[in-house]
Design a protein around this ligand. Structure first.
Ligand code: HEC
Ligand code: HEC
Ligand code: HEC
Ligand code: HEC
Ligand code: HEC
Length: 170
């Protein structure tokens, strides 16, 4: 290959590379780490039908959904003594008394150069399951959608949501 053809194909190679990066499947699909306390969404949000917002209080008010402090769990596992014989509940209560916060491992995680906003979606009626799958059926949370750029941009196109680069990259 001479320098002339190399110069001509280089921009093309860069574009192909970028498109590949953007469309490549996320390595995070299927990510379901062990948590310090095996918290069960199927039991709490499914069987007991506790509303998502009871714990993820900021999801319709801010960019972040937030994960609840142990105090929220203690509403039922404290005085009400729900499942008080269960070893995981006993561990949680011991940590709570020792004022040791539960170090939950983050599952869905966007790179810092991506701006995401929960409230913008929830207030437009986009359901949690669109991006997180059927959480009320999961004993252990697992990432089920790539949440990569193609995933975001396609849905924005279908819903006439803003799609210029600055919407998601600031
Ligand atoms: C009683 C409290 C509680 C309720 C109710 C609850 N969650 Fe959670 N949620 C948690 C806790 C604690 C975690 C962190 C541990 C984990 O990942 O399982 C979490 C984690 C998550 C995560 C993963 C967060 C991450 O790190 O990426 C998603 C998504 C989620 N919840 C969605 C939901 C949805 C949707 C509902 C309603 C169907 C719901 N949750 C109901 C307490 C709750
Ligand atoms: C609205 C009440 C309520 C809240 C809030 C709540 N739980 Fe529970 N939890 C229950 C009940 C009721 C059970 C027992 C269900 C059964 O045994 O049938 C339970 C069971 C459990 C168990 C035993 C595991 C199992 O599979 O039986 C663990 C661990 C647990 N909860 C952790 C948590 C954590 C961590 C939080 C906070 C993020 C939390 N719970 C918040 C009501 C609650
Ligand atoms: C349009 C897609 C989308 C919808 C709809 C959505 N989420 Fe998320 N969620 C995400 C993304 C993306 C992240 C990772 C955000 C980050 O890393 O900044 C996330 C992260 C989370 C987290 C981890 C804590 C945080 O704020 O980063 C929780 C908990 C959560 N979502 C709960 C919910 C609940 C509950 C609902 C419905 C009420 C919901 N999500 C709806 C895409 C979505
Ligand atoms: C299920 C469809 C869907 C998915 C998937 C989705 N979005 Fe959205 N997004 C919307 C809709 C609808 C709006 C609201 C547009 C409006 O209010 O006009 C929105 C709004 C936004 C906004 C606020 C725009 C503004 O300026 O008001 C941001 C930022 C955003 N989305 C980022 C993302 C990112 C990043 C992802 C991927 C992680 C994503 N979205 C995935 C449908 C989606
Ligand atoms: C609706 C939201 C959204 C819009 C609009 C958007 N992006 Fe992205 N972009 C993302 C997300 C989410 C990622 C992170 C993908 C991942 O982590 O897999 C990303 C990643 C990237 C990356 C890094 C490549 C990679 O896959 O890691 C580049 C470069 C990029 N975007 C450029 C752009 C440009 C240029 C535009 C405008 C033409 C644009 N983006 C518009 C959401 C968006």
């Amino acid at each position: 290959m001479n320098t002339q053809t190399l110069k001509a194909t280089l921009p093309l190679l860069l574009v192909v590379g970028l498109v590949y990066l953007i469309l490549s499947p996320s390595k995070y699909v299927g990510y379901a780490p062990e948590q310090p306390i095996p918290y069960n969404h199927k039991l709490h949000a499914g069987d007991l039908k506790i509303d998502c917002r009871y714990c993820h209080v900021a999801v319709d008010k801010s960019a972040h959904a937030t994960v609840p402090p142990s105090a929220t769990c203690m509403n039922c596992h404290g005085i009400l003594n729900a499942a008080s014989n269960h070893p995981d509940v006993q561990k949680m209560k011991r940590w709570y008394e020792e004022k040791k916060p539960i170090q939950w491992i983050k599952i869905h995680d966007q790179p810092d150069f991506v701006f995401f906003n929960h409230a913008a979606h929830i207030n437009r009626g986009v359901d949690c399951s669109k991006c997180h799958g059927m959480i009320p059926e999961m004993e252990k949370v697992m990432q089920v959608e790539s949440l990569n750029m193609g995933y975001c941009v396609n849905c924005h196109r279908e819903n006439n949501a803003p799609n210029d680069c600055s919407t998601c990259h600031r």
